[in-house]
Design a protein around this ligand. Sequence first.
Ligand code: NCD
Length: 351
Amino acid sequence: MKKHLIDLNDFSPTQWNEIIALAERIMDNPHIYEGSCRGKIMGTLFYEPSTRTQMSFQSAMLRLGGGIIGFDNPTASSISKGESLKDTTKIVSSYSDIIVMRHPTEGAVKAAALTSDCPIINAGDGGHLHPTQTLTDMLTLQKEKRRLSNLKVGICGDLINGRTVHSLVKALSCYENNSFVFISTDELQMPEYITAPLENWCKKSAIDDAVADLDVLYMTRIQKERFASDAEYERQASRYVLDMPKLKRAKPDMIVMHPLPRLNEIAPEVDGDPRAVYFKQANYGMYVRMSLILIMLNYDTMKPPVLLKGRVYDGIKCKNAKCIVHFEDYLPNSFIDNAGVLTCEYCESGN
Ligand code: NCD
């Protein structure tokens, strides 16, 4: 049986540390790992645009000696003929040893995993999660700060729709003594399912109010594609811009991270500052994905992956209109009862 990576918490912090440690070893001696995936095939199913995630996965597999199949334009595949996520996954998983999937709908990769015959990696499901970006971010912290604990992390921008920061907070909160400062407008705050389990966090509405004592400032793009209208997006766009006057207030060893692509939330003048690590961060992503592919292809367990742990409640369907259950109607509407609140098992929304 093979394990999937839908949410980073599908793996334990010990396993995250193993993935990061192997990525560091690969960076130090890449030639040792050339050919370690010879004969293996990775299917990349990208239902949503991507540059870094898709190409770093592809480059990772090619550097390991494996092959790649897949699409990044679903309109050029049978999806344009109306094929379900279930059928596409079933077929591609029979051609592949591992699948990497990005999808615009929350919970879609978990839904796909229900029918996948090979391990599947979530490369971003709508505004929900992005676990491999978080592995990238963790390797960046390890390389640039030499630690994953005792960090004060400011996260700025579109915190409601930014899937990278959801996975990041979930993971970093598992390490000792990390605290978070969430910098956003009232409309774009962190969702409740992320903040509810957190102990050490606060909200701010300006970068200037937070920047002076941060160890990390993680900037994010306002996610235009997740807004209901252009007018709503325009109201939120360009509200936060990190420029040199703001960066001057930060500690000399603070680092600036960004999953990219950047719009105008980091002024280009910041790129030359040694604290700006976002281009290095993108490069670390390739090594962490090499490590992840190697570990997942070699991970065997006797236990079948249990994806749905709750149950179907008569007549109840997830209220989140962006959840995959509204697009693929064969899916069981499965919920976990969290002290009387029914949590959707695909998108984690409370119902
Ligand atoms: C992010 C994503 O796709 O969620 N990019 C990435 O994977 N590096 C961030 C974004 O699109 O803003």
